[in-house]
Design a protein around this ligand. Structure first.
Ligand code: SF4
Length: 234
């Protein structure tokens, strides 16, 4: 497969029903809705990756939020975590606008794609290990399709890190054993690829200051430079 296969992969992901608990949760949330979004038709399906098929930088999160990606159908769109991430991408020069409200708001990412190791919103933001493993083949296929252009990856949080490293190994990168440990600011070289760790942009981390706006921008800017993408200094 080559990069032209990515839109097709995204369509196939959006039709997946492999995890009974997550299928039932995402659809129940879409029916019940949050009062503030009562007039929305929720997406209620797996949320594919977002960004160009020839991305040089990949950002790997955890899973869509129940009333964010599961509502809007686009990664990190419509929730506080996404607000933090896209504002930072915009500031660094990697996005066309600082906000992400819905799937047709015109947001474009420049050389960057955003994905997650689990494509359905999980209860309490916690997929089971079995759900993580069931979803892994989608990430492996996405990585294989991106491989010709991909030069750097930012993984948000320890869950994403633990899920992503086996996927990189399966997709053909040499991942050392023991596997590199997650940490904010961690940086490792996998053949031809720079891998960066960053605390997740969750409300818990951003509200408490564990992840500050400056820390996030630093990691994104460093990773973009490693991927040889043009950035705004700041
Ligand atoms: S989490 Fe992944 S494997 Fe499970 S149903 Fe959703 S898309 Fe399919």
């Amino acid at each position: 497969m080559d990069a032209s296969g990515l839109p097709l992969l995204d369509q196939r992901i959006a039709d997946c029903r492999a995890c009974p608990r997550l299928v039932s949760w995402r659809e129940e949330v879409a029916r019940a809705k949050r009062a503030a979004y009562a007039d929305w038709t929720y997406w209620g399906r797996p949320v594919p990756g977002f960004g160009p098929a020839d991305a040089r930088l990949l950002i790997v999160g955890l899973a869509p939020a129940a009333h964010g990606g599961n509502r809007t159908g686009r990664m990190f769109t419509g929730d506080r975590s996404g607000d933090v991430l896209y504002e930072a991408l915009y500031d660094v020069g990697l996005a066309s606008r600082p906000t992400a409200e819905h799937a047709h708001d015109g947001l474009e990412l420049y050389g960057v794609r955003v994905t997650s190791p689990v494509h359905c919103a999980p209860p309490a933001n916690k997929p089971t290990p079995q759900e993580r493993d069931t979803c892994r083949p989608w990430l492996v296929q996405e990585l294989r399709l991106l491989r010709p252009t991909l030069r750097a990856v930012v993984v948000l949080g320890a869950f994403g890190w633990q899920a992503a490293l086996p996927a990189f190994a399966e997709a053909g990168w040499s991942v050392p054993r023991p596997r590199p440990a997650f940490g904010h600011g961690a940086r490792f070289h996998l053949d031809g690829l720079e891998l960066f760790g960053c605390f997740h942009v969750s409300q818990r981390n951003t509200f408490t200051g564990r992840l500050t706006p400056a820390m996030l921008r630093d990691v994104l800017r460093t990773a973009a430079r490693a991927a040889e993408l043009p950035t705004e200094s700041g």
